[in-house]
Design a protein around this ligand. Sequence first.
Ligand code: ADP
Length: 515
Amino acid sequence: MQYQALYQLSRALHQLDEHKILSTAVHQISKMVEASYSCILVFHQDSSIKSLYYTHDSIAWDTLFQHGMAGYVYHSRRMVIIWDIANDPRWCGYTKLPNLPQTGSAIGLPLLRGQNIYGVFVLIHHEIEHFNDERLALLQEAHELITIALNNALDYQVGLTDDMRYLAAFNDAVVPILLTDLQGTIIDLNHQAINLLGFEPNELIGMPISSLHELTDFDLQNIVGERILQTRLKTNNAEIAAMVRVRQLHLHGQDVLEWVEQDITPQMELEQLRRDLTAMVYHDLRGPLQTIHGSIQRLARHLANHEDPSVWNLLQVGLRSTRQLRRMVDSLLDIQRLEEGKAILNRHPTEVRVLLADAVQLVQPLAVEANMRLKFAIQDDLPLVDADVDMIVRVVINLIENAIKYTPAGEIITLGAFHKENQVYIHVKDSGPGIPSEMKQQIFDKFSRVKYHHTPKGIGLGLAFCRLAVQAHGGHIWVESEPGQGSDFIFTLPASLITPQDETADEPTISSKLA
Ligand code: ADP
């Protein structure tokens, strides 16, 4: 019988409407334990009464809260049993009020939401000691059911208000937003998105997001946090450059993806203009630099036998500096070209030893000046590599120049090369300050620099160029280093399919264009 009553109660409470739960609970539980009067008092956060759900309005429930047992339950957050109303001081300070029973028994139960008190359930009977063990057990079970049902309903309401708040923001947003399910089917979009895309809303609902965006390598089911992608967006009459922020949301009880679109055509146009301008500047620098270099070279030939040796030395410094400038300008131009994804056209099967010798010849004077010794660890019989010699020589020079720049004078720098599994490994090892592990990837990004005590001058473009150049050759570049233990910059180049023997037959033509 009791179980049946509890079962019926749990079914009746199986809903998400807070008010229905409370009024159902007060009536059914009152009946279950045969109470004479019952009430659930619900409170605001400031302890004032928010609402009352009762079986009889003839009782002064608010007095019972302000001066009696309901207030006692509220403050103690514990169940209170009053076996005999007439003889229990907790019942009420105003015992003689006509609208409060003077005899009988009562029970008060706290309704909790987490740590906070949400309400108090009071049941009264006109006889003393009415709430015996059996009724108490029943009440405790019922109390648990009502607490769970109530908390579920309140959680649902919080979710609902969040959803409503989100939808208001979604419709008023000044940016275009689309919502899809986790399969990428469009389920909603705001006014801005309709304006941007130029389709009718009903054409878009149900359409896969992939028909608007190219989404290769994009796992819709596993988006953690936020993903930002630069892509093309197909509108009704054009294809535009777009930046999209994608994140997963929980809305109306469903996992959805939010796609915030940004038309970046103006930024792209500006960026292209900036690129074109800088490329033009770099390109135009090359001509005069070439002329200066040629002139100094001719002058050096004329003055080769000048009686004052410092003249020759000065001209050599001039030549070295113009070569360095040319290398910088070429690398800046290459960064632009490689970033645009342009392929390297000038690749030839090249002997690694010759390539390294070219680089060494060009940095040797700098090493001597810095009082550094270059040591070689180059394996014999290395396979050829298909390289743009000029570019890879500049990569090696960059690494050696960095090693010289960041290593204290008087140390040794090792230039090594070996061959493993169809890859040629080239590395430059120094005994400088090393690279902190969190910077090992970043230093290959443009303008990224490590802050040392005395940081030598630089702009952080050298390694960015090295990475782009090596990757364009199908290789990888990385650094192995422990702080304070020096750095070993390593890059790989795939071995050429042409062997040195084939090359000899075809007459070798490897020579440095930098000399
Ligand atoms: P730059 O030397 O002009 O700053 P790079 O791109 O060549 O630019 O190098 C990026 C950063 O990597 C440098 O600023 C420096 O902090 C660090 N770095 C590069 N090579 C070395 C090295 N051999 N030893 C220590 N730090 C280095």
